[in-house]
Design a protein around this ligand. Sequence first.
Ligand code: GRF
Length: 187
Amino acid sequence: MGKVKTCIFISGNGSNLKNLILKSRDYNFPIRIKLVITNNRDAYGLYHAKKNAIPFVCIDTKTRYFENQIFYHLKKHNISLICLAGYMKIISKEFLKKFGKKVINIHPSLLPKFKGLNTYKRILKNNEKKTGCTVHFVNEKLDAGKIVAQKSFYILKSDNVNTLKDKTQKLEYKIFPEAIIKIYRNI
Ligand code: GRF
C-alpha cells in the first residue's frame, strides 16, 4: 500500500509542518505531504513548503465560496488525510461531510480541557498542575472530536506562557507523528 496523500493546513509558523515533512521522509512513515493550504499568505510556515518543493495554496477565506476552492485543490491532489497544524479557521460541517475522509487537529492542551484560543494563558490562570497536547479527529464541534493521542507534563511554579508553549510544542513534535502512525498502523 502506498503512502497516504496528505494536506497540511497552516496559518502561522509551521513548526509542526516542518516536523511532519522531516518524518515523512522516512520510508516507513505512513503519509506523504502532497499539499499545504493556508489562509495567510504571509505565514512563515510556507517557507518549509517552498524549501521542500511541496505545492501550496493560499486561500482567501473572506470570499464566499472559499471552501469550494479548498475542495478543488484537495481533489486535484487526491488527498485522503488533512492535518490541521495551527490552522486558525473553523472547518465547516458541510466541508467535513463533502470531504468525507480523515481530518485531524493538534491542540495545545489536555482536551477536553481548554478548547479554543489563548490556551497557555488560561491554563496558567487556572493553576493547573499538568498540561500537554492532544491530537484528535475533527468533527463539527470545536476541539471536540475523538482523541487519537495525548501527552502531558507537570507545570512548574516558574513556568510562564513562553516556557509552556516551548514545552508543549516539543511534545507536539512527538505526538503528531505518533498519532498518524497509530491511525494507519493497520494498513
Ligand atoms: C501548535 O502549538 C498547535 O497546537 C496549535 O497551533 C500551534 C501551531 O504551531 N494548534 P506551528 O505553526 O506548527 O509552529
